[in-house]
Design a protein around this ligand. Sequence first.
Ligand SMILES: Nc1ncnc2c1ncn2[C@@H]1O[C@H](COP(=O)(O)OP(=O)(O)OP(=O)(O)O)[C@@H](O)[C@H]1O
Length: 424
Amino acid sequence: MSAPAPARPDLPLGMVTGVPIEFDRIGRSFGSVHALHEVSLTVAAGEIVALLGPSGSGKSTLLRICAGLDEPTTGDVRFDGTSQLGLPPHRRDVSMVFQHFALYPHKSALDNLTLALRHGRGLPKAAAVARARETLAMLGIAELAGRRPPQMSGGQRQRVAIGRALATRARVILLDEPMSGLDAQLRVELRVEIVGLLRSLGTTALFVTHDQAEAMAVGDRVAVLGEGRLQQIGTPDEIYDRPATRFVAAFVGSPPMNVWDGHWHDGRLRADGFDVPAPAGAAAFGVRPEHLTLDLGALDVDSPGAGTPGVGTPGVGTPGVGTPGVGTPGVGGLDGGSLDVGVPEQPGSLRGVGGSEQLRLSGEVVVSERLGAERTVHVRTRAGVLAVRVNAALALTPGAFVVLRAPTSALTYFAPDGDRLDHP
Ligand SMILES: Nc1ncnc2c1ncn2[C@@H]1O[C@H](COP(=O)(O)OP(=O)(O)OP(=O)(O)O)[C@@H](O)[C@H]1O
């Protein structure tokens, strides 16, 4: 039997040195299913990278390849420059935390950790017990030492499972949806703890999740996988503000970016309901819900004559509006529900003050959802239903007629293959 991977029992917790990981053009096929295509990704020593993607995008497959539980069909995975291909899991100095705890149910928390250290790391019993106790204390669950998993809550069990992974002081920790069985509040609490611990330990970590809020909160960088391809890797800000592809734009954000398809001609992208300046070759554009300003409807963009089928009754006040937007933060430019009246050059766009062009759309409120201090309003326009973020003080009711605006600088453009295009 081969020796276990090099353990560092001499190091106190907090002094583990993570290794850099390099995935080099990883491909993995299961028969005709291509789970991963040419995925190249480098994780720095001590970095936490969140692997984010919808179900079936290949996240777990990539993690399993990293752990040695699976081998790629093509490509290489290197730790600190050394290929790990062919090495079994126990030779890779990797610890894993799974969604389903995987604790021994008939053993106490202390024994679960001690066993991992003795058998996985070859520590003598006394050292293993001391390390296990130290880790439980570090996680704030010393009082659970004598309890068996069935005597613990889901959150406690997951803390023990995380403790077991951390106690081994592996240089790489892989977490596969570690909190998906827990309730929302506990998830938020636990993720704050996990991030704090991983940072203080200095291990390199890959954290798989399909929850974009969790990925953005946990990752130093977020790697977005879609259909087995790496769509983008970047800091949470980069992923949100500069999505590399339409897939990322439509996956990240709650609600995600509004995206419309159009036909490009002569520097403009057009479809029923909008006409905006766009870079050559654009096939779609998008705007984040918070970049749209919502005004209560009145005589404006799509005034009668401009033709606005099915978007309410302009010019007859503000039906269905609970709180007129006067002085309401986040509700722009209104005075008792009337707007500065302009004649649009094209449907869905307008020269604003100072000559800068704006996207303008009008429509009818379909649904208004209260989310803490904000509200997400879904508005049906000629271009389709879109989401807008407004201050929660603006109580809009279904049927209200509204006008939406955004500066064209807030628009994101996409090519036919989904890649983002830079502004004209
Ligand atoms: N052992 C296997 N045999 C056949 N197909 C597999 C196997 N493992 C994974 N796949 C397929 O590979 C693709 C990627 O699966 P994977 O589990 O990596 O996705 P995921 O992003 O982790 O999904 P989830 O979030 O649902 O766990 C899927 O189409 C899946 O059905």
